[in-house]
Design a protein around this ligand. Structure first.
Ligand code: PPS
Length: 288
């Protein structure tokens, strides 16, 4: 794969260059009524919730989750890089019911998902931790354009110029639709605070009963430490020339508030201003 292909704009949204090449197939993707979508702005807890969902679906059978890495068990709809099957190709061939990962903002989601009222689990994370995690991810995963310096990346993020565009439009878009559609809206910070409570919420949304024993098993299996050590969830099965985990591990810190180690005082002031502007028209709020 070409290193750091330039990004593109699709329907007004910045996107990774190779992903743009497959856009027609994303737009005409046929949803099925029993599809379950796991949607997030990047770096908000997608992998964590995907593992929880897969474990709930198989009643906590940890052997069954070894059938593939998390990106194979929960394919990424808009994924497309040269010489690899695209997300749409994989999903079109997959039997129902499918569990699908996507970072698409609600306006760009293939319309069939909303028309068929597919279940959606949306995970949101506070924007300061998101941008720090995203910067580290841009540095280690060469499918992204050059991230520039941390200061430059932060500016680009606030301007909505990183892949998948504006964070605030993303989190607000699904928040506003959560009553009309079958959306479970979760927060990364809540999952850190009380993982068992949030796992129960997910199970209830999926219509599954969890015994205390299975709940505990799923919890133990999805701690940050367990997922960091598990090759099926830590992305170490992806070649190091695609994701260089010596630059930054995929399972990096898994905490709330790491932004304090990265933002300067003046960056924080500017970011608070940006946040005020973007979030003054919503009752959606975050813990930092
Ligand atoms: S991606 O590339 O958009 O799909 O990434 P995503 O999975 O959404 O987000 C990656 C961040 O989630 C953290 N993570 C976890 N935190 C706590 N507990 C568990 N189990 C867990 N699993 C993943 C991961 O470490 C990334 O956050 P940072 O802040 O970079 O550590």
């Amino acid at each position: 794969m070409i290193k750091r292909p330039p990004g593109k704009i699709v329907r007004g949204m910045p996107i990774l260059g190779p992903f743009a090449e497959n856009w027609e197939n994303v737009e005409k993707f046929q949803a099925r009524a029993d599809d379950l979508l796991i949607i997030t702005y990047p770096k908000s807890g997608t992998t964590w919730v995907s593992e929880i969902v897969d474990l709930i679906n198989c009643g906590g059978d940890t052997e069954w989750t070894k059938r593939g890495a998390i990106h194979q068990r929960v394919p990424f709809l808009e994924f497309a890089v040269p010489d690899m099957p695209t997300g749409t190709e994989i999903l079109n061939k997959q039997d129902s019911p499918r569990v699908i990962k996507s970072h698409l903002p609600i306006k760009l989601l293939p319309p069939g998902f909303l028309e068929k009222n597919c279940k959606i689990i949306y995970v949101a994370r506070n924007s300061k931790d998101v941008v720090v995690s995203y910067y580290n991810f841009y540095c280690m995963a060469i499918v992204h354009p050059e991230p520039g310096t941390w200061e430059e990346f932060l500016q680009t993020f606030m301007a909505g110029g990183v892949a998948f565009g504006s964070w605030s439009a993303h989190v607000k878009g699904y928040w506003e639709m959560r009553q009309q559609q079958d959306i479970l809206y979760l927060f990364y910070e809540d999952m850190l605070e009380d993982p068992r409570r949030e796992i129960r919420k997910v199970a209830k949304f999926l219509g599954k009963d969890l015994s205390e024993e299975v709940l505990e098993k799923i919890h133990q299996r999805t701690t940050f430490k367990a997922m960091k050590e598990n090759p099926m969830t830590n992305y170490t099965t992806v070649p190091s020339d695609v994701m260089d985990q010596s630059i930054s591990p995929f399972m990096r810190k898994g905490v709330c508030g790491d932004w304090k180690n990265h933002f300067s005082v003046s960056q924080n002031e500017k970011f608070d201003e940006y946040y005020q502007q973007e979030m003054s028209d919503t009752d959606l709020s975050f813990r930092f």
